[in-house]
Design a protein around this ligand. Structure first.
Ligand code: NAD
Length: 476
């Protein structure tokens, strides 16, 4: 199927761009054009922000119950279009159809359901003596999202912003516009009041215009640390709130008492899931030095068994990376790893056997990686695992924390209390013990250069609220 989305959703209408500039979206599995969009400019952003500003006075006064009901309508409309989301996500960024259905699209349901739950019990007002602390919507929000978990990132911003009573302009990634178009259609079908949700396609220039806009009170950005810095710079002169979900290079500490077969299998599959394009992927696996050989053998067997290929096939476990740029970037990191002297356990340069087109990368495992190597420090954002040996638990903790990032960390250990002790010492926004299942209510976000602020559940909602102290509340 080919898509055509040459319009933007502003003030409850699909409108033409002020100066049409076409952008072809390439299906990364076929290298063929999947569809065409138009990219917006500063004028389109101005128009969308004006709509959001106009809608704010009325929408910010809606009750919690009204907003909860709105989210329920959105959830129903989203579910009704579910198969289209599954197909669009797969076509635009190459996710295997099973992953698209069971995780990429499913997480949209997860965010909506979690927020409906949170909104039912959230306290927007709290009394402290003679003062009432009131949580109010922060205002007009600019939401800028990447392509790698496209609906997750849209939902993780739009849903709490709506729950808070904010109005917004979404600028999704130009590489994942089809799922965003469906999302805008769902907003329309659910009767989100005109101007509350607006969407403009665009590249970095549109993102910069949104970040700098004087009528935008908060910008929430997910993407690379590089662009996150630019967003903060653009936002600085207008003192808006800057919320950033950025990159990661998450450590995965395997303690010496663990079931290595299980921990390595789950961890390798996690790194390779979504073709390594997850900000929280456990890409630095820290293992006891005397277990290095055992771990390498398991990692090789699991990586070699991954079925790479056509995302439309039900047996495919790993699709392509999103674009030619991303393919070249990942290949250059694999080359750097080899040059730096890391041991290539499996994978390496070039497409996997039997695939002559598409941006497919070999599931790659490096071992004997030192933490000062480029492949251990920089986010590769591809299916590349680094295994690092350690001698003592203390050293493992030091290596885990020796990173500019602090998004997630993973700890495996048979002694649960010990695993938790180690986890407590890792500076990261999310620490996952022994492969625990995901939790839609647990906050998501990073320490250090992985960002500022949190998304998901109650903490995600709080970040879209502003606090007001009403002093003298006793007399009122
Ligand atoms: P990117 O930074 O290139 O683009 C992200 C978004 O920002 C896109 O919509 C893009 O058009 C826009 N943009 C780019 N430059 C901009 C600028 N100067 N000003 C304003 N907007 C700008 O990132 P990407 O390649 O789309 O996504 C991959 C990156 O996202 C990875 O580094 C990954 O770790 C990160 N990511 C982080 C999280 C998280 O929650 N921490 C989640 C997913 C992805």
């Amino acid at each position: 199927m080919t898509y055509a989305c040459r319009q933007f959703y502003i003030d409850g209408q699909w409108v033409n761009p002020s100066a049409p500039r076409e952008f072809k979206v390439i299906n990364p599995a076929t290298e063929e054009v999947a569809g065409v969009i138009c990219l917006g400019n500063g004028e389109d952003i101005d128009r969308a922000v004006a709509a959001a500003k106009g809608a704010f006075p009325a929408y910010s006064q809606t009750t919690r119950d009204e907003r909860r009901e709105l989210l329920e309508h959105i959830l129903a409309a989203y579910k009704a279009r579910y198969p289209e989301f599954v197909a669009a996500i797969s076509d635009e960024m190459g996710a295997p159809i099973n992953l698209s259905r069971d995780a990429q699209a499913e997480i949209g349901v997860g965010h909506l359901a979690a927020m409906i739950d949170v909104l039912g019990r959230f306290q927007f007002e709290e009394r402290k003596g003679n003062t009432s602390l009131i949580l109010e919507p922060v205002g007009v929000c600019g939401l800028i999202t990447p392509w790698n978990w496209p609906i997750n990132q849209v939902a993780a911003k739009v849903v709490p912003a709506l729950a808070a009573g904010c109005t917004m302009v979404l600028k999704p990634s130009e590489f994942s516009p089809f799922s965003a178009m469906l999302w805008a259609q769902v907003m329309d079908e659910a009767h989100v009041p005109h101007g509350v949700f607006n969407m403009v396609y665009g590249d970095a220039a549109a993102g910069a215009a949104l970040s700098a806009h004087p009528d935008v009170d908060m910008v929430s950005f997910t993407g690379s640390t590089r662009a996150g810095v630019e967003v903060a710079r653009s936002a600085a002169p207008t003192i808006k709130r800057v919320h950033q979900e950025l990159g990661g290079k998450s450590p995965n500490v395997l303690l010496d008492d663990v079931d290595f077969e299980h921990a390595v299998r789950v961890s390798v599959l996690h790194v390779m899931q979504n073709t390594g394009q997850s900000c929280n992927a456990p890409t630095r696996m820290l293992v006891p030095a005397d277990k290095l050989g055992v771990v390498e053998a398991i990692a090789k067997r699991i990586a070699d068994g991954i079925v790479v290929g056509d995302p439309k096939s039900k047996s495919t476990e790993m699709g392509p990376v999103v674009s030619k740029i991303q393919f070249d970037r990942v290949e250059s990191y694999i080359e750097k790893g080899i040059e730096e002297g890391a041991k290539l356990v499996t994978g390496g340069l070039g497409r996997p056997e039997g695939l002559s087109k598409g941006y497919f990368v070999r599931p790659t495992v490096f071992s004997n990686v030192r933490n000062d190597m480029i492949i251990a420090r920089e986010e590769i954002f591809g299916p590349v695992l680094c295994i690092l040996p350690y001698d003592t638990e203390e050293q493992a903790i030091d290596i885990a924390n020796d990173s500019p990032y602090g998004l997630a960390a993973y700890i495996w250990g048979a002694d649960a209390a010990r695993a938790r002790r180690v986890g407590n010492r890792i500076r990261a926004g999310r620490v996952i013990l022994n492969g625990a299942r995901g939790d839609m209510h647990a906050p998501f976000g990073g320490f250090k250069r992985s960002g500022n602020g949190r998304e998901w559940g109650e903490h995600g909602l709080r970040d879209f609220l502003e606090i007001k102290a009403l002093i003298g509340a006793d007399a009122a």
